[in-house]
Design a binder for this molecule. Structure first.
Ligand code: XIL
Length: 311
């Protein structure tokens, strides 16, 4: 029978999911993950607070466990992530700004070297932008200015020259101030010879709000010579979800997959988590949930059938 991954592979793309270490002991989840998905993004285990909780002390055990699982099940891995304002240990934000660049470079070099050859791509900088298209004034920006992004990508490239190096953000799926800023940044990085390889569109959607400009937006990044990917797809519903809501969610998933299929440089779609039971949405967006293709018991929802049909 057909699966998300078989149908995607037939089109030269992948279909991914995020996993966290505790998922691996859930047999229902593992059954779906290994039968449907051929790409895996660690949900938390490669983030700075896990991998370098104190200065110079590295912990790759949790990430290694997920990588081994992925390899055992022929899933590729999206490395997520090297530099991000969130899940950043306090020691980094407390550093004198004169020491931030060296700390960032050491972190990137050590982590990207550890996973060299094992990750298909890296989200080198995650969520750099504010909604208005200005850069977030985080520890990295405050220490280095805009140039921290070029420096991070160059440092990752030196450690793992074969990994596709991404900038990843949310609310950049359609054409708007934030995606325009990402586009300008991408143009400027490429003009400086920075080895940027792709743009990740997180795609944490609200039901019925997939932007109509998503395909055109992906296409303009592709036209710069970049890959694009839907990296963290989910589609949150105000609970309780009605059957009409689930039908709308099915058409939302279908639209996103259709947009990716229509753009040659869109390399694949990844959902953020396997099923509704694993999703980060209820814990972060109060009153919302039911955001994935599988219900609380890992039974396929209308969004799954629509995704299969769209592929
Ligand atoms: C989320 C994880 O799913 C949660 O477990 C964690 O508590 C917070 O981060 N954008 C990203 C992801 O790039 O790393 C986030 O993952 C969701 C939003």
């Amino acid at each position: 029978d057909t699966s998300l991954k078989q149908l995607s592979e037939a089109k030269g793309k992948y279909f991914g999911t995020a996993l966290v270490q505790s998922n691996l002991s859930n047999s229902a989840l593992v059954g779906v993950a290994t039968s449907q998905f051929d790409m895996m993004t660690p949900g938390n285990e490669m983030k700075w607070d896990t991998t370098e909780p104190s200065n110079g002390s590295f912990n790759f055990g949790p990430g290694d466990t997920l990588v081994a699982f992925a390899q055992a099940h022929s899933m590729k891995v999206r490395g997520h992530n090297l530099v991000w304002h969130s899940q950043l240990p306090g020691w980094v934000s407390s550093l004198p700004s004169s020491q931030v660049q060296a700390a960032m470079e050491t972190h990137i070099t050590t982590e990207a070297t550890h996973y060299k050859g094992e990750v298909y791509s890296w989200d080198v900088v995650n969520e750099p932008f504010n909604e208005d298209g200005t850069l977030r004034q985080d520890a990295f920006y405050n220490a280095m200015g805009t140039n921290y992004i070029a420096d991070a990508i160059r440092t990752a490239h030196a450690a793992d020259p074969n990994a596709k190096l991404y900038l990843n953000d949310y609310n950049i799926e359609g054409e708007n101030a934030k995606s325009n800023a990402m586009y300008s940044l991408a143009q400027s990085l490429l003009a400086q010879g920075v080895p940027l390889g792709g743009i990740g569109l997180e795609s944490h959607f609200i039901l019925g709000q997939v932007p109509s400009t998503m395909q055109a937006n992906m296409q303009r990044f592709a036209a710069l010579g970049l890959d694009v990917a839907v990296t963290e797809l989910d589609d949150r519903i105000q609970l309780p979800a009605s059957s009409a809501n689930l039908q709308q969610q099915a058409s939302d998933y279908s639209a996103v997959i259709g947009d990716c299929l229509a753009v040659t440089r869109c390399v694949g779609v990844s959902q953020w988590g396997v099923g509704d039971a694993d999703s980060w949405i209820p814990g972060t967006f109060s009153g919302y949930g039911a955001a994935t293709m599988y219900d609380q018991n890992y039974q396929p929802k209308p969004a799954f059938n629509a995704s299969i049909a769209a592929l």
